[in-house]
Design a protein around this ligand. Structure first.
Ligand code: F6R
Length: 608
């Protein structure tokens, strides 16, 4: 998705913008650009392709300016081209604007402006903003942006500079995240904390329908109705090193290897071993109502959705609560009719996914109470929910989600355990759960120690163009997640199926050319999974089985074995997903894919 980074202050802006753009690369983009105020004018540079192309254009240019805006574009309206790249400008080249989101009524506005003689240079929806702001400008840039906001429909996070307003940046948001970074000697704005984390950890979140004026000395926030807003900066926990490779060839591998720590961060300070009860400070505001909840709906997209699907089984195992899980983009079209005291849990790494946001807004309208499981502190979902639990996993840069999935599974388990212990779950079971959770970081390390073995398996099979992932109960969503990981980073076609569905269709696909990853830890589904593996073997399909340490039965049947240490049935997903991630990673590596930035994908999907 598109990314924004801006700076105004005492330092030269060019290197700050380039650094910020590089840190936004992981979001996915196809072109980039920057506009820098300099010598009474504004210099504009844009390039198609990677940031390095833009860098080549500006590397020999002397640009002493200290105020500028920059953008990575992910094409929606108009092909990826230099003219369609941001910043966009008005005809007189006074106003320069960058924009994340979609202007829904750009077409009639464009027609109207063209009729009045305005010439457009691009095919983008964004360009109307530059012309509208220029037309409304009478010396006050904030006012011009405010007037423009009242004319446009859709979603936007924008940053604007004007040739006649040196050292001023105006930003505004409706639906697309924008964060102010308060620095020493200058101020930043970005769509994502990681773009400015090298310079500051003091951030201020802009709310929908607010705008802000940034100068070198400060920032002032106001609403679309011109009411001034006071909001102090918060400290973000992320460090600059979190967003660096630290010797790993890819962020995805680094993040897979961070999972023991991710899990520790998710449980740190949240366990009361003697009582068998977790402590979750984030849900205290709703606890009195939540503890009596009997109906829960989990909404999410993609990998976060699969975490929710595992969560359903965990809640059913540990609590008395009825749980539904819905893909957020479909949830909105349901006829929603919630029993009293229904809670919705939105799960989202970014906290900005447009479909998940739309789903919770619809649920709120229908009377449900909202909780969030989110990684990005201060993100839209975290602010629109009544309460929730943060993942505390640090930034996830690889587009394919790995460590946050493990974090989401852990937090869902903590929440289910907490509610279960206030319902029928015994002290013994609570204590057992906490002991098993505490053992997981070392157990993940053990799975990671099989890295070379898993790499060798990937080397043997990466040329196969169709794969099947099979699991039952807790392992069914892991089969789906395993298939999603393989698809998105290696572009190999893969299906994740409930193993019981095999004989209802997919078994027709089995052949020596189609490997099956069979998730068969020693749980209540083990014997049934063995039958599935036998069915595949009798049709000469290669089987890569993920099993519990010491398993001899499956070893005799399967072509390849990957072991995970023993744990409780409902915690196995946290271990079995790790080999699936590594298989995908190594297949993608053997195929020379762009692992951290797979084609067509974006890290934060802020359009519906
Ligand atoms: C897959 C992946 C996506 C996200 C999905 C939801 O590896 O990362 O499927 O899980 O786009 O994103 P969040 O969790 O930010 O709402």
């Amino acid at each position: 998705m598109c990314g924004i980074i801006c700076y105004v202050g005492k330092d030269k802006v060019k290197p700050i913008l380039l650094e910020g753009l590089k840190r936004l690369e992981y979001r996915g983009y196809d072109s980039a650009g920057m506009a820098v105020q300099f010598g009474g004018g504004v210099e504009l540079y844009r390039a198609v392709g990677k940031i390095i192309e833009l860098e080549k254009k500006v590397q020999d240019v002397e640009l002493p300016g200290t105020c500028g805006i920059a953008h990575t574009r992910w094409a929606t309206h108009g092909e990826p081209s230099e003219e369609n790249a941001h910043p966009h400008r008005d005809q007189a080249e006074n106003v320069f604007v960058i924009h994340n989101g979609i202007i829904e009524n750009y077409h009639p506005i464009r027609k109207r402006l063209e009729k009045s003689g305005v010439r457009f240079r691009s095919q983008t929806d964004t360009e109307v903003l530059a012309h509208l702001i220029a037309l409304s400008f009478d010396g006050d840039l904030s006012e011009a942006v405010r007037k423009t906001m009242s004319q446009i429909e859709g979603t936007f996070g924008i940053a604007v500079i004007h040739r006649q307003r040196p050292n001023e940046i105006v930003i505004a948001r409706r639906g697309s995240p924008l964060i102010i970074g308060v620095g020493d000697g200058g101020n930043f704005a970005a769509s994502d904390v990681s773009a400015m984390v090298r310079y500051t950890n003091q951030v201020v979140h802009l709310n929908d329908n607010e705008l802000a004026l940034l100068t070198a000395d400060g920032y002032s926030i106001s609403t679309a109705q011109a009411k001034s807003v006071t909001r102090v900066a918060e400290t973000v926990e992320w460090q600059a090193e979190d967003a660096e490779l630290n010797g790993f060839p890819h962020f995805m591998l680094k993040e897979i290897y961070e999972q023991p720590d991710t899990l520790l961060n998710a449980i740190r300070g949240r366990l009361e071993p003697g009582e068998g009860v977790p402590k979750l400070g984030g849900i205290i505001p709703v606890w009195e109502r939540l503890k009596d909840c009997r109906h829960l709906v989990i909404v999410a997209c993609g990998t976060s959705y699969y975490a929710g699907c595992v969560g359903r089984y965990v809640f059913e195992r540990l609590t008395e609560i009825d749980v539904e899980v819905e893909i957020a983009s479909e949830f909105r079209y349901r006829k929603l009719n919630f029993p009293p005291n229904t809670f919705i849990i939105a799960i989202s790494q970014s906290g900005e996914t447009a479909d998940t946001l739309a789903a919770i807004r619809e649920a709120r309208r229908k009377g449900a109470q909202l909780l969030g499981i989110v990684n990005v502190v201060g993100s839209s979902i975290s602010r629109e929910t009544l309460a929730g639990v943060y993942c505390h996993a640090g930034p996830e840069i690889g587009v394919a989600s790995t460590k946050i999935f493990v974090s989401q599974l852990t937090i869902l388990t903590l929440l289910a355990l907490l509610l279960g212990r206030h319902q029928n779950l015994s002290l013994t079971e609570g204590v057992e759960a906490i002991q098993a959770l505490s053992a997981l970081p070392d157990q993940i390390k053990k799975v990671l120690s099989y890295d070379n073995h898993i790499q060798a398996i990937a080397e043997k099979y990466y040329r196969c163009s169709n794969w099947l992932f099979l699991g039952r109960k807790y392992q069914y969503p892991i089969a789906q997640e395993g298939a999603l990981k393989l698809k998105e980073i290696s572009y190999i076609h893969a299906e994740g199926y409930a193993a019981g569905e095999m004989k209802h269709g997919p078994i027709a696909l089995i052949s020596p050319a189609m490997p099956t990853v069979a998730l068969a830890p020693r749980d209540s589904m083990y014997e049934k999974m063995i039958s599935n593996i036998q069915e595949i073997k009798s049709r000469k399909g290669p089987v890569i089985a993920i099993v519990t340490e010491g398993d001899e039965k499956v070893r005799e049947l399967a072509d390849e074995i990957i072991e995970v240490p023993p744990t409780l049935e409902y915690l196995y997903p946290i271990l079995t997903v790790v080999p699936c991630q590594l298989i995908s990673y190594y297949c993608a590596r053997f195929l020379n894919r762009d692992i951290d930035k797979p084609r067509n994908l974006a890290k934060s999907v802020t359009v519906e």
